[in-house]
Design a protein around this ligand. Sequence first.
Ligand code: DAH
Length: 334
Amino acid sequence: MDVEQIRRQALEDLSKASTTTELDQVRTKYLGRKKGLLDQVIASVPGLPPEQRRAVGKSANDLKNELTRLLDEAKDKLSQKPPAAPRSDPTLPGPRLRLGHVHPLTQTTRQVEEIFSRMGFEVVLGPETETEFYNFEALNIPADHPSRDSFDTFYLSPGVVLRSHTSPVQVRVMESRRPPLRVLAPGRVYRPDTEDARHASMFHQVEGLMVDERTSFADLKAMLFIFAREFFGSETKIRFRPSFFPFTEPSAEVDVSCFRCKGKGCSLCSGSGWIEVLGSGMVDPAVFEAVGYDPERYTGFAFGMGVERLCMLKYGIDDIRVFTQNDCRVLSQF
Ligand code: DAH
């Protein structure tokens, strides 16, 4: 191989080397002592015809210098450090923190609590795991009565259920205290319902209970009227429709005048001008007996409402599943 061939090959090898290890391999191949290609050429010089010795020796040495320079340059380039990061500027404003906010259901619950607490109600809590006694029997729902179907729930073990309403909290409070009582019990409840836009197997209710010596249906009407106006707007009207609940007698379902069409009839109220919002009634004497209150001495009222329903009505939400899907694009709007 003559020097010119070695040069071409060396330049090609050099152009392919992309790591320092590969560069070292090229260096050894061409510039290595004794075994390197150029040293071999130089070693062969004394055996050449005298007129060639000078030229071959010179070009071999020139190539040695050139390759040494090119290899050094290539190595420098590879090991060059990235440019130093710009120094931070402590006078710039910091990154904005994205703050979360209160879930719409919690907002709604708090609003209900706030309205009733101004009427003297105290917030109390009860367990989500209940016994059949508190969820049913103490509320005058016997095992063989058809009304038990409306409050059916999940059984954890015989006699132990996930509460299907917040009404058992009424019983727990009355068992542990004496009248006068004004309590509000918010919380989760469970029903074996198939999920769709209007049903969920877990949802929230707020229960209200007032017991005293002369609590009347007029007190119930007045307080629910105040609640409806505070929650749905000052022009809201209410109406009571006779109904049945095992734990109240008489019982009533309460409608509010449609706050969207002001009672004229629209899609929200299905044309009727009224929207059902809660169940209520005077505490059944059988419930007082179950907790050891004298039904001749005490009277009381109770009511229960669905938090999801209140929230959906108020904000025009048409699918109950948005509350549990945790999609911040939806939740951040409330
Ligand atoms: N517990 C009932 C339900 O889940 C709601 C209810 C109705 C509660 C009437 C009450 C009441 O306290 O008086 O459907």
